[in-house]
Design a protein. Structure first.
Length: 259
């Protein structure tokens, strides 16, 4: 794909895995976004991202922890100071953690905080910039060239998917983390509710199941390469329309039933 037509994108958790691959592929498009805001938590684990950004004009690495709710206004101000009147066209809530297989109280709350609560609150924090992005964007309403939110979810958050047969095909880490699967179910509901809440603003909200890819979380036995997975996602982003608002899709845009 040569272009998405998107001017500004904010992606959480881009120090590794699918997030890092998104930054690389988006920045290498023929007509790349003007602003790719790529967040990371720790400098030590973000060296590949930081090195890549040094040589890529459109990439703006920002140190940011999605669970640091008190700093949301600060990160929005930083993005606003750079993007200016362009605002924000696309917010990709990519950050997610597995949590402990022991599912302790504190551990479960942390997983929900990162995987379910943060995407909702970060979307709310970026609403002014998303509205500005809609006004300055091009193309139809409810598209990623105007204003959209993409929540990276997982099929393991679907109740009907959680059979013993299906769980046996997953990595031990994912299959044994009840809090991870529960948090993705909550994110699916949050995505649907946000799509309804933001409909008057003509801001599209879509949940996407990227597939089981070879990342640190997915493990080496996953059937998909991260580069192929992200290539499909970027192609799909450019095709999303009002018909996809509130839906959950896979990486090639096929709708998946939430329940």
């Amino acid at each position: 794909m040569s272009s998405t037509g998107i001017r500004s994108i904010f992606i959480t958790a881009t120090n590794q895995g699918l997030g890092l691959e998104m930054v690389k592929q988006l920045s290498q498009l023929e007509n790349a976004p003007k602003y790719i805001f790529a967040t990371y938590r720790n400098v030590e684990t973000a060296q590949e991202l930081l090195h890549f950004a040094e040589n890529t004009q459109s990439v703006y690495p920002l140190q940011f922890d999605v669970s640091d709710f008190e700093n949301y206004d600060k990160i929005v101000d930083v993005v606003s100071s750079i993007a200016g009147n362009d605002g924000l066209n696309l917010l990709i809530n990519n950050a997610g953690i597995l949590g402990s297989t022991k599912d302790t109280r504190d551990g479960m709350l942390k997983v929900f905080e990162v995987n379910s609560v943060a995407p909702v609150l970060l979307t709310r924090a970026f609403l002014p910039l998303l509205r500005k992005g809609f006004e300055s964007g091009t193309g139809d309403a409810f598209t990623c060239t105007r204003a959209a939110v993409l929540n990276v979810t997982s099929i393991v958050g679907f109740i009907t998917y959680c059979t013993q047969k299906n769980l046996d095909t997953l990595s031990v880490e994912i299959a044994s983390s009840n809090s991870y699967m529960m948090s993705k179910a909550a994110l699916n509901m949050a995505s649907r509710l946000l799509s309804l809440n933001l409909k008057e603003d003509k801001i599209m909200v879509v949940a996407i199941h990227p597939g089981w890819a070879q990342t640190k979380m997915g493990g080496p036995d996953a059937p998909l390469l991260a580069c192929d997975c992200v290539s499909n996602i970027i192609s799909t982003i450019g095709k999303l329309s009002e018909a996809d608002n509130g839906a959950c899709i896979n990486n090639v845009g096929k709708h998946i039933r939430y329940c």
